[in-house]
Ligand binder design. Sequence first.
Ligand SMILES: Cc1cc2nc3c(=O)[nH]c(=O)nc-3n(C[C@H](O)[C@H](O)[C@H](O)COP(=O)(O)O)c2cc1C
Length: 196
Amino acid sequence: MKTQIGAKDILFPVPPALIVTGLEDNRNIITIAWIGIVGSKPPAIGISLHKSRYSLSLLRQTGEFTVNIPSKSDYIKVDYCGITSGKKRNKFKDTGFTKIDGTKVKVPIIKECPLNIECKIIKELDMSDWILIIGEILEINIDSDKINPDGKVSVEKVNPLIYVPTIREYWSIGQKLGNSFDVGRNYNQTSQSTNK
Ligand SMILES: Cc1cc2nc3c(=O)[nH]c(=O)nc-3n(C[C@H](O)[C@H](O)[C@H](O)COP(=O)(O)O)c2cc1C
């Protein structure tokens, strides 16, 4: 049995990201849950902002932004950046997050976030009360100590924070289940042999 709960903006889990915007004397951080990769060549990311957000005007000023993926330990600061406006507060000062220079954009990245994505805006889409901003990904920065000797990112060391929008809860990541583009092959073999 299924329960229908109507047409709602529900999809979970998502990475609650810290988006840095703003010119040099006015850098701001906004927490964003409506985010996702939308293309690979060029690599592109979409973020959706309500039209009322102060950060939207800052994004339009800079034409660039950075996406910073926080560790689970920073969940309280992430929430703070999502309930406080940069119009009234300096969220860098309040949270103690450290700005470091981006390599491809003028907007800084957040040192304490293990994964940082540098983007330039290539498109804006009007979605009624929301604006979908598409950014081309120009560079990815990962804490060197969170890359395993085999060159793969260590999910355990990055320990990204997870957000469940519908129930408004922060969670941490669970355990690895398997490798993608791989475990499905075993399923095919098993089901084929079962069907014989
Ligand atoms: C977990 C979480 C996720 C959020 N996701 C979004 C989002 O995807 N888009 C958006 O416009 N606002 C989102 N918000 C709300 C903004 O972060 C919030 O309005 C913020 O105070 C705006 O900051 P600003 O005024 O400095 O731009 C989210 C808030 C929280 C706590």
